[in-house]
Ligand binder design. Structure first.
Ligand code: CTP
Ligand code: MG
Ligand code: K
Length: 181
């Protein structure tokens, strides 16, 4: 597969996992998932993980997957190669997996003494990939094996941190996020 083709497929296939984080930032607030509870002397997850942000993030990922699926034929024809349509379970694995990865990362941050908003290099950039890909493989195995070939996975692992850093710096400069990571 040509490199450009691999990059486009990787980006397209990951969009339903990329958008939940950004939607959560825009929609976040209200009741924290951990209800304010602590484990030892630290919060279980912290005020940065809310029910509203999480629900909005998953909904945004599912909505984007549905829109992309409607566009698949036109985009594939224009590009000259096929991009994936999202099966409902694939969309769910990507969107819910992204939010679950983010929540698990906050759990790890609190256990390692990091305050809300603290940087956790590596984890911040890849938490949603580490959970969304295995969850999608579990929920939509055939779809996953068809699209997430090893070269696509490699591109995802390289491309995601670059996109993550870029979008977060932009969100920070626009005043949407408190920190640029
Ligand atoms: N957010 C949310 N619910 C989520 C994820 C994010 O409400 N599941 C919102 C919160 O307002 C959060 C903001 O998006 O403050 C930025 O997200 P993130 O950087 O993941 O959270 P942090 O506040 O940095 O907290 P943490 O240190 O736990 O990552
Ligand atoms: Mg943060
Ligand atoms: K995060």
């Amino acid at each position: 597969m040509a490199l450009l083709e691999t990059v486009v497929i990787a980006f397209w296939a990951m969009l339903p996992a990329y958008v939940p984080n950004n939607a959560a930032v825009l929609a976040g607030g209200g009741r924290p998932i951990d209800g304010g509870r602590t484990w030892g002397d630290k919060r279980v997850l912290g005020d940065g993980k809310t029910w509203r942000g999480t629900a909005a993030g998953i909904a945004a990922g599912l909505a984007l997957a549905a829109i992309l699926t409607l566009l698949v034929d036109d985009v594939s024809a224009t590009l000259g190669f096929a991009v994936p349509a999202f099966e409902p379970l694939a969309a769910l694995g990507l969107a819910a997996g992204a939010m679950l990865g983010d929540v698990l990362a906050s759990f790890l941050k609190r256990r390692t003494g990091r305050q809300r908003g603290a940087m956790f290099p590596g984890v911040d950039q890849l938490d949603f990939v580490i959970v969304s890909l295995p969850l999608t493989a579990l929920l939509a195995t055939e779809w996953f094996l068809e699209w997430f070939t090893w070269d696509v996975i490699l591109v995802v692992v390289v491309l995601t941190p670059v996109l993550h850093v870029t979008t977060n710096v932009i969100a920070y400069k626009l005043g949407l996020k408190d920190e640029p990571w």
